[in-house]
Design a protein around this ligand. Sequence first.
Ligand code: GLA
Length: 686
Amino acid sequence: MPRPDPADARLDGLRRRLKGLAYGGDYNPEQWPAATWREDVSLMREAGVNLVTVGVWSWGQLEPRPGHYEFGWLDEVMDLLAEAGVGVDLATPTAAPPSWLAHEQPETLPVDGEGRRIAFGSRCQYCQSSPVFRYHAARITERLAERYAGHPALAMWHIGNEYGGFGCHCPASVAHFRRWLADRYSTVDALNEAWGTAFWGQRYDSFDHIGTPAPRSRLISGPNPGQLLDFQRFCDAAALECYIAERDIVRRHSPELPITTNFMGSFKHLDYWRWAAEEDVVSLDIYAGPLDPDGPALAAYNFDLMRSLRGGKPWLMLESATGNNLTDGRNYARPAGQLRVRSLQAVARGADSVMFFQWRASRAGAERYHSAMVPHGGTRTRTWREVTALGRDVARLGEVAGDANDQADVAIVWDWENWWAVEGPDHPSNDLRLSDRLMDHYRPLWDANIAVDFVGPRDELGGYRLLVVPNLYLVDDVGADNLTAYVRAGGHLLMSYFSGIVDEFDRVRPGGHPGAFRDLLGIDIDDFSPLPPGDSRSLHYAGYSGTATDWQDIIDLVGAEPLATYTDGELKGGSAATRHRLGNGTATYLGTSPDRETLRRLLLDIVGDAGVAPVLDTPQGVEAVRRGAYLFLLNHTADEATVDLGALPHQAVDLLGADTQPAVTDGLHLPPFGVAVLHDTPGVES
Ligand code: GLA
């Protein structure tokens, strides 16, 4: 029997308090006079807001001078919110240290790879290894936690903000890196072995001789890949230490409340598998561009990743944008009506909240043109009308809160250490971007309404019918054996090029490529043959003529059969894709990056072979997702759509329908950007 997870009870408590899904956003009252707070609270009630994230950027206001605290304004805000029944996700304000800390203790400021200290004037300007920063961060956290524990508005805790894990090169960081390496390797000889320092005579005699990796611009030739990879691991670990230190302080004061820190989805620098294990609930900030045609697929990909990080449990969407977000050179308005479908898409994929950055648009500061729930034009705006309507929809979906999405039949392998290694320098091609490649494999599944989870290479895989493994360059023996055993036991697997090449220290596996997966795939790779940028080759797959770009493996078959073949170029007649039966399962290998249509066909053929069915067949641009007993139908297009529900076993009721909640029996009409949430009515056969 698995041990009960104490996080579950904390989240039950939150759900009871919210009476359903959370609705709200980041609230930064310190930017406004007290009179505005009263208006805020009344507008929050009007919009159906029940949870706000407070205090993320308020260290400078809470502790304007070292050791001098001004909590009066926050007391008043917390009291106002409590009276209005709005819960607070209270943030430790440590993502933006105050100016006095930078001024009086400049050693807390980070140093870049060129040795330059970053000046105060933005946010996140701290060295995560600095004992001085950590001391001050712990002190403000302690004061905040002791003061507000038990406050009637306090619903949960939010630690820092969007930890970045970016490397610092100051003396404190170098010393910390050395300690971390000594812990990891015990002896410097073990480190020499792992980093392969016999190459270029880089052997170390003491941990004290090791520095942080120099930037490439300062090097005469390439850096040591083992050192780079370990520095990435170290930066992640140092950031996690900062989070854990604050979490533990808060936990002492509020043991009954959930604690989170907001993630950035497919963000490279932090190993969110490890982070999620230290949280009560995973939470996400998502900013998929309103006009990006890939926006809904990208959002779904991030949502599925968040849900997967804690084994499918509900998660929180803590930030999104009501309209434009400031990420591009041009920041586009959201088309009228799109807000609803983009927001409820998160709920479909397991979110127990719809929340935004931010409640009220700022008058000043870098993000004054970022959209908000209350825009500069206030309640006269279309955004406000859509925000209040969305609040009503979120309330109607209250019964969904806490329900988990079922485990999917398909899983995609996601591993951060591999990400760090595969995008390291001095590879046969340095153009591979893992997140793009993962998305290439996810997109056709999303388009076809095939539910997907993400898993680590060492996870329990038995429940999945199909495992998709894009570019798993770095894998340890445990992970490699796990994937091989999965196929032997009857699983279907699709792996793509540059996989199984190195061990966990980024050392090439002996005996030729694809090292860890030669037996699994039944192939030898004679050589890697990247294609020049913009160049392509033709290939033939199951009656379809497609193209290959970026990369070609020169494949020798040693047990596998050819599945796709090059039809021109030097490798004409050679295999672009192969299939190998191993034990009771099948391993398919893709030795190139094919065009979208070829990949779609190949993937969906394997989906069919694996016996995986879509949630529902829907028109292009209409997404179907099942969350427990609820079927979400989301029209991401600006056109009307009709969905054929013929295959559904039961009559269903649309939770978002008219007050009478008419039963939906066959064709379901969705207006532009329309959403329906159907609840099975068991026992009523259609
Ligand atoms: C992030 C941050 C917010 C805000 C938004 C919008 O998610 O957490 O503070 O900066 O981006 O840009």
